[in-house]
Design a protein around this ligand. Sequence first.
Ligand code: CP3
Length: 345
Amino acid sequence: MTAIVTVVNSLFQKALRCQNTDRPPIWLMRQAGRYLPPYQKLRSERSLLEMFHCKQTIVEVTKQPINILGVDAAIVFSDILMVLDGFGIDWRFEEGLGPVITPSIEKVIDLPEKIQGYPYSPLYEAILQLKSELRVPLLGFAGAPFTIASYLIEGKTSRDHLKTKKWLYSDPLSFHSLLNKITEAIIDFLLIQREAGVDAVQLFDSWAGILSADLYEEFSCSYLKKIIKALNIPVILYSRGSSYFASRLVKIRPNCISVDWSLPLKEVRKQIPAAIAVQGNLDPSLLFSSQRIIEREVLKLLKQMNGDPGFIFNLGHGVLSQTPVENVLYLVDLVKSWRPSLLPC
Ligand code: CP3
């Protein structure tokens, strides 16, 4: 039997607890993905859906950024839409279009209160294996209820989210009922990941930014709070729009807030209590620049956040698909070789 390695005092976990470290830990949203040549090779042989449902692929792709980049945390290779499997809803990826979900509105309204069984065994088994092999902490994740609801209603990545907003304005009660069902499914999905051994989880509220602050409080915050309460494991909260919603995110009490790149991180930090860690917030498109410019911006961020024990280096959103790998490596090495003592007096 393989022993599960319990990583508790890694750089990443210390920063998550806002405890001092020699340097900030670094990992990257979407670190496992299309910009990595070994990923492209696997992807050329199989569909994305097959990849997300195969234990061996999940293990292999999750480890790729650890072996290639040397980041301080792994995130399990899965997708926020995997939770739809729990409802028995058909979804797939189409080239050039992204996710396509095919339930009718009736099926969405009639979603079962509780998901049927647990169709996530490849993910569960993969996490078990990863925990016995990795020497860095492993993150699980899920989409936030509002973001999943919007995917379900729009059926794809939408520009305007008009169907979602129309429903939400015209029939808030049934929209809340939908959010309640999705929230329960997300909790189950995350509890399975916790049981398999993930060290922390990240919630992605990728479409939060389409809501006004009032709507965000009503249709997202309360559900996020419910998830965090149910989990009893460290939670990182990523909301697109987090720079502007920071004070509202604080009220949800996650362990860490992942900040987009709209505002300087130091400025957003002022709204977040010292006991909550912050993660971010380099613009992902910066990685298409020259290494001289990358260095300038990375040092700017490191100096800004210098002395903040609860700082986890990351991008403000996921690594973009055409990003040059050598620039990602350069970024990781810069952060890993950073020592506050290198600062000129
Ligand atoms: O961070 C990681 O490396 C872990 C893996 C991960 C994936 N998706 C794998 C994936 C994570 C954390 C996600 C989250 C996710 N998925 C989000 C939230 C994060 C965000 O970007 O805001 C969303 C909105 C999705 C839904 C989704 N999945 C879309 C819109 C797409 C297609 C477009 C795109 O951005 O790639 C996917 C496909 C997907 N999920 C890929 C990967 C590696 C691309 C795979 C490919 O085309 O080969």
